[in-house]
Ligand binder design. Structure first.
Ligand SMILES: *[C@@H]1O[C@H](CO)[C@@H](O)[C@H](O)[C@H]1NC(C)=O
Length: 603
């Protein structure tokens, strides 16, 4: 039990922090960022952990109880160096606090009003809508999704635990909206049922200040979090190998997931990667589709503004179920030119139904950790890239060398291979045998013959030319990959990004075990979950994509996919063979993918 005095004290700290925050949130111009930073993040807000009005008002104690377990709200790598005029600002705040806030909060006559202020403040915070998120309920969605408030009741009732992961690299204009989306989702799923992991990767804009704000808001609402800032892997961004960086950032953002699992036996049911901006209902629906299909991963679709249109914008990482890259389609594209190239995917896309893919990322995506992270799958990348900052020669790579593509593409292939292996082990177990590996089975061991290089010389030349053009353009030393969407990562058209390499010729004498005999990975795209970036008119995008939204609600397959395909025998590999940051030159080839071969390598 609190003593009266202690209760008053913590209440007062809480109230002051809350009021300050409300002011900082809703009237940003009245306080400078540096003062809100010093105050909100350090002085008083940490004291309010004692209180949790939200939880008291809503749900009983669950797993992620931030009062009992302090470690559930952590900040790592804060820039705690003294700021210019930091002393002056701090003195001013303390003076204001001592003279104008403390006396009223401590006084018996006004104390009850303060409690009321806090509750009002929290109410206001909970309705934090951001700028874009406020529009969400008015946007057109298929099957009248936005008109039924009870659609998500079933997943809300289950009280599962959800892990939100965000990697921020100089993308401050998303952050307030992303925070508001998290709050909206937290309000429905319960603040104690979610964990928020934010990784600030070497941001140079106001991300640092905004993560302070996020920290303060999450403390107030009793949401568990870890906010962490880390330096870049290389000092010079151009000496970085982007896929390696991607893997590094992703794995860091997942560290609390593994710690909570290993040290506290806390298991999350789904991990939600937020990238860009996605509406709360669309996230809830993607989660629902993920559960309904027992899916390893469900992605939304990225749309970016491009010459006055909205185009599908994650062509680097997304591959349809035949292994081909998605088209750079407009949101208003005709049925024969929609993003997925495969027939089944295109048909389902046109009906706004989830469709199976070989790989996706596309902004917000939902991953089942039980099928991935908890099995030891982490993000990785190719290793035999050429470091242009050294005098080393480019490594010699055979035509079958692993694809030097995005870390997400590696993750997808890992999901396919691991899923297949687990299915084989299950069958063995059912048969009462000790699980054996592929090469101990009666499988034909295949001699993998060397293939002809499929690298198209003309395309390589075009790529080189594009690179030289970029280098010649020079330009100021600004952080070019700040504030950009996924299309920034796509292989440009002049590099050949829209060219689909033909299937590899059948090799005489090669007796491969087809991928179709292995259990498929359940990777889906939910076209009803648009993720957007700056400059997108959400109302127009929704109209382009979903028309009037009056689909037949009884349509089957709205949530569940019945027929699952095996992995494609080959896929379009868009690779970065050298360092040079996110926009390093990419080249393209079609590369065979054999689950059987991959299983052999795992031995
Ligand atoms: C490339 O080499 C430079 C110089 O040795 C080094 O600083 C940098 O970390 C290397 N980059 C990668 C991605 O290995």
């Amino acid at each position: 039990m609190f003593s009266l005095r202690r209760r008053n004290l913590s209440r007062l700290a809480f109230a002051a922090a809350a009021l300050f925050l409300i002011r900082a949130l809703f009237f940003p111009s009245s306080s400078s960022p540096s003062s809100s930073r010093t105050f909100a993040s350090t002085t008083h807000s940490t004291q309010i952990e004692e209180q949790n009005f939200i939880e008291r008002a809503t749900r009983p104690d669950k797993w992620l109880n931030v009062q009992k377990h302090k470690f559930l709200q952590a900040r790592i790598g804060r820039d705690s160096r003294d700021e210019v005029l930091g002393d002056v600002v701090r003195n001013g705040i303390n003076d204001y606090w001592d003279r104008f806030q403390l006396p009223y909060i401590e006084s018996r006559d006004t104390a009850s009003m303060d409690a009321q202020h806090v509750l009002t403040a929290i109410d206001q915070l909970l309705s934090l809508n951001g700028w874009v998120a406020a529009l969400c309920p008015t946007l057109v969605r298929p099957f009248n999704q936005n008109k039924h408030d009870d659609t998500w009741d079933d997943i809300i009732r289950q009280e599962h635990l959800y892990y939100f992961a965000i990697v921020i690299h100089s993308a401050d204009h998303f952050l307030v909206d992303q925070l508001s989306v998290i709050i909206q989702v937290a309000k429905r799923l319960g603040p104690n049922n979610i964990f928020v992991s934010m990784l600030d990767y070497q941001s140079t804009d106001s991300t640092e200040t905004l993560t302070d704000l996020c920290e303060a808001v999450l403390i107030l609402l009793g949401v568990p979090f870890r906010i962490r800032r880390v330096p870049g892997m290389t000092e010079d961004p151009n000496a970085a190998y982007y896929p390696l960086e991607e893997a590094h950032m992703r794995n860091l953002a997942l560290e609390p997931l593994h710690e909570l699992h290993q040290k506290r036996q806390i298991k999350f049911h789904r991990v939600i990667w937020l990238k860009g901006f996605t509406c709360p209902n669309d996230i809830l629906e993607t989660i629902k589709i993920s559960f309904a299909n027992d899916a390893a991963m469900v992605c939304g679709m990225d749309w970016a503004e491009h010459n006055g249109f909205f185009i599908f914008s994650d062509r680097w990482r997304t591959r349809d179920i035949e292994g081909d890259q998605f088209r750079q389609s407009k949101s208003s594209s005709k049925p024969d030119a929609v993003p997925p190239r495969d027939k089944v995917g295109a048909a389902r896309y046109a009906q706004h139904l989830p469709f199976q893919v070989f790989c996706c990322e596309a902004g917000t995506h939902v991953v089942d950790p039980a099928q991935s992270y908890y099995k030891g799958i982490s993000y990785r990348s190719g290793t035999d890239y050429h470091n242009l900052s050294t005098t080393d020669d480019a490594p010699i790579r055979g035509p079958d060398a692993p694809c030097l593509d995005s870390s997400q593409a590696w993750f997808c292939r890992d999901l396919w291979v691991r899923g297949a292996r687990d299915a084989m082990d299950e069958v063995d177990r059912l048969n009462g045998a000790v699980p054996a590996r592929a090469n101990k089975r009666e499988l034909n061991l295949v001699d993998v013959a060397k293939r002809d290089p499929l690298m198209d010389e003309a395309r390589a030349a075009a790529a080189e030319e594009a690179k030289q053009k970029r280098e010649a353009a020079g330009g100021p030393a600004i952080d070019l990959d700040a504030n950009v969407g996924s299309d920034y990562d796509a292989m440009s058209d002049e590099e050949g990004g829209e060219v689909v390499p033909p299937p590899a010729p059948e090799e005489p004498g090669r007796m491969a075990i087809p991928n179709s005999v292995f259990r498929p990975a359940r990777i889906l795209v939910n076209p009803r979950c648009p993720t957007t970036y700056a400059g997108v008119s959400h109302t127009q995008l929704a109209l382009d994509l979903f028309g009037n939204g009056e689909d037949n609600e009884g349509v089957s397959g709205k949530y569940v996919l019945e027929d699952w395909e095996g992995a494609p025998e080959s896929f379009v590999c868009q690779e970065q063979r050298q360092t040079g940051g996110r926009r390093a030159t990419k080249t393209q080839r079609r590369l065979g993918f054999s689950i059987h071969d991959e299983l052999q390598k795992m031995e």
